[in-house]
Design a protein around this ligand. Structure first.
Ligand code: ADP
Ligand code: MG
Length: 474
C-alpha cells in the first residue's frame, strides 16, 4: 500500500509541478512526505502548521484539482503536522480536509491560483474544513463546580463564566484576571477552558503558563522556528496565558506575544490572561501591550472572607469524603486567612497527621498543628495585619484609614490600629504614624492616650477592643 501511496503522490506532484513556478514548487510541495493512502483518503505530512496554512490559503484549488484527477471525484486529503518546537504542545497535529473540501467543479487552475492569492482563505475553506487537535493542557480538577463562589471572586467568576459561554463574543476580551498568589487565578482560568471545551468541543483551547511560553519562544528563536511558533499560537481559538507578569522585561517575548495577541483578537479569538498584579501595576511591560490588556475586562480576585473560607474547606472535605467537625473547620478558617492554597494545605496536613498517627481529627490536633504551621508566619504581627483586622472588625475597607475624613468611626478605627501597633509591634511612633494614615508621631501618641482613656471609661469600647485583640492573637 505504501508504494501505492508514493506512486499516487508522485503523480500528484507531477501535475502540481506543471502548474507552479519552480521555486514555489520546491518550497511548498517538494518537502511534503506522503504518509498513507486508505481508499480515497490520502494523508500527507507537512513540516509545520505554517506550511499547512499556507498550502490551504494559496494552493487549495490546485490540490483539489490534482487529487480529483489522480484519485477521483471522492478524493480526501488529511494533513499531518509534527510540531517540533516543544515537547509538550501537540506531538502530532492532524488536520483534516473533509470530502467537501474538493470542489465539485474543477476550477481553471491558472485562474484559480492567481485568484486565491488575493482572496482570503474563507472563500475556499468551508466552515469546519480544518479540524485541529491540540491537547489543551487543562487540569480536569479545576472546574467551575469546584470553584467556590464568594464576594472575593464574584465578578471574575461571572465574567469567566460568560466568556466560556460565548468565547470572543462578549466585551471581556481579553479577560484579565489578577490577584495575589494562591487566590485561585490558575483554577479559574482553567475552569473557563474546560467550560469552553464542554460548550464547544471543536474550539481549539490552549492553556499555557507564561514561563513555558517564554521557554518555547527562546527555543524557537534558537532553532529558527519563530514563524512556526507564531503560527502555532495563531491557530488557537481560546488562548489562556497564565502569570503574564513573567513577561516583564522580556522584550522579545513581549513583541511576539503582541503579534499573536493582535492576530487572535482581530480574528475574534478569545484571550484569557492572568497576572499577580493589575495591568497598571505591571512593571517592565511595553505600553502597547499593557494598553491591550485593558481592552477587555480586568477582574481581580481578593482574599476570601471567612464565609468563603469555610465553604472552600467544606467543599474539599465533602469531595474527599471526609467528615470534620464544624468547629475545627472554623478554627482553620479563622487562622489561615489570606490564601486559599494555604487553607487547603493546612487541611491536607491535618488529614495526613490524623491518618499517619491514627488519631481522630480533633480540635486539639488542629490547634497544635496550626500553631506550628501558621504561628511562625502569622505571629509576627505587622502594622498591615493590624489595620486589616481592625477594619475587618468594623466592616470598613483598609483604604479609609488613610482618607482625610473626620468621621468619628474612622478616626476611632485609626486610633485603635495605632494603639495596637504601638503595643504589639516594635515599630517607632513615626513609622506607625506613617503607615497608618500618613500621620506624625504626635498623632500616634495622642491616639494611644485616647484609647487608654476610653478603655477605662467605656465598657462597650473595651469589649470591642478585647475582641479585636483576640482576633489579632488568634
Ligand atoms: P493562583 O493561581 O492564584 O496562585 P490557584 O488557582 O493555583 O492560585 O489556587 C490555589 C489552590 O486553591 C488551588 O488548589 C485551587 O483549587 C484552590 N482554590 C482557589 N480558589 C478557590 C475557590 N474559589 N474555590 C475552591 N478552590 C479554590
Ligand atoms: Mg497560578
Amino acid at each position: 500500500m505504501s508504494t501505492n501511496c508514493e506512486e499516487v503522490w508522485a503523480k500528484c506532484l507531477k501535475i502540481i509541478q506543471e502548474n507552479l513556478s519552480k521555486p514555489a514548487f520546491n518550497t511548498w510541495f517538494a518537502p511534503i512526505v506522503p504518509v498513507e493512502l486508505k481508499g480515497n483518503l490520502l494523508t500527507i505530512q507537512v513540516q509545520s502548521p505554517f506550511v499547512y496554512e499556507y498550502l490551504e490559503e494559496h494552493y487549495l484549488d490546485l490540490m483539489a484539482m490534482t487529487l480529483h484527477r489522480v484519485i477521483g471525484p471522492d478524493a480526501k486529503l488529511d494533513y499531518r503536522v509534527v510540531v517540533s518546537n516543544d515537547q509538550n504542545i501537540g506531538k502530532e497535529v492532524t488536520y483534516r480536509m473533509p470530502s467537501n473540501g474538493v470542489p465539485k467543479e474543477i476550477p481553471n487552475v491558472s485562474k484559480t491560483i492567481s485568484k486565491s492569492v488575493n482572496e482570503p482563505i474563507s472563500t475556499y475553506a468551508m466552515p469546519g474544513l480544518k479540524k485541529i487537535q491540540i491537547d489543551p493542557h487543562l487540569n480536569p480538577e479545576y472546574t467551575f463546580d469546584n470553584y467556590v463562589e464568594g464576594e472575593c471572586n464574584r465578578l471574575a467568576r461571572a465574567a469567566g463564566f460568560a466568556v466560556a459561554g460565548n468565547p470572543a463574543g462578549t466585551s471581556f476580551n481579553p479577560l484579565f484576571i489578577y490577584g495575589g498568589s494562591g487566590l485561585g487565578k490558575t483554577h479559574l482560568a482553567n475552569a473557563i477552558g474546560l467550560e469552553v471545551k464542554k460548550n464547544f468541543p471543536d474550539k481549539v483551547v490552549l492553556y499555557v503558563d507564561a514561563n513555558k511560553f517564554l521557554t518555547q519562544y527562546m527555543q524557537a528563536t534558537r532553532d529558527n522556528n519563530r514563524n512556526d511558533f507564531i503560527h502555532f499560537y495563531q491557530m488557537i481559538d481560546v488562548l489562556i496565558l497564565d502569570d503574564v507578569q513573567y513577561f516583564a522585561d522580556k522584550q522579545g517575548t513581549q513583541e511576539v506575544f503582541f503579534q499573536i495577541f493582535n492576530h487572535l483578537h482581530q480574528h475574534q479569538k478569545q484571550l484569557i490572561l492572568t497576572s499577580d498584579k493589575a495591568p497598571v501595576d505591571l512593571n517592565g511591560m511595553e505600553e502597547r501591550l499593557l494598553s491591550r490588556f485593558k481592552w477587555g475586562l480586568a477582574a481581580d480576585l481578593q482574599e476570601p472572607d471567612f464565609e468563603t473560607r469555610i465553604k472552600i474547606l467544606k467543599r474539599k472535605t465533602y469531595k474527599d469524603g471526609i467528615e470534620i467537625k464544624e468547629e475545627i473547620l472554623e478554627y482553620i478558617a479563622s487562622h489561615v486567612t489570606n490564601n486559599v492554597r494555604e487553607l487547603e494545605g493546612t487541611l491536607i496536613s491535618l488529614l495526613a497527621q490524623a491518618t499517619l498517627n491514627k488519631k481522630e481529627i480533633t480540635l486539639e490536633l488542629a490547634k497544635g498543628m496550626i500553631d506550628k504551621l501558621v504561628k511562625n508566619t502569622q505571629r509576627e504581627i505587622s502594622i498591615d495585619y493590624i489595620q486589616k483586622v481592625v477594619c475587618n472588625y468594623f466592616s470598613m475597607s483598609v483604604d479609609v484609614l488613610s482618607s482625610k475624613t473626620r468621621k468619628r468611626e474612622i478616626v476611632q478605627a485609626r486610633q485603635i490600629a495605632m494603639y495596637f501597633a504601638k503595643n504589639m509591634t516594635k515599630c517607632s511612633l513615626a513609622v506607625i504614624g506613617n503607615a497608618i494614615g500618613n500621620k506624625d508621631h504626635a498623632t500616634v501618641l495622642h491616639a494611644c492616650k485616647t484609647v487608654n482613656n476610653l478603655i477605662d471609661t467605656d465598657k462597650s469600647f473595651k469589649q470591642d477592643l478585647d475582641e479585636i485583640e483576640k482576633r489579632l492573637k488568634m
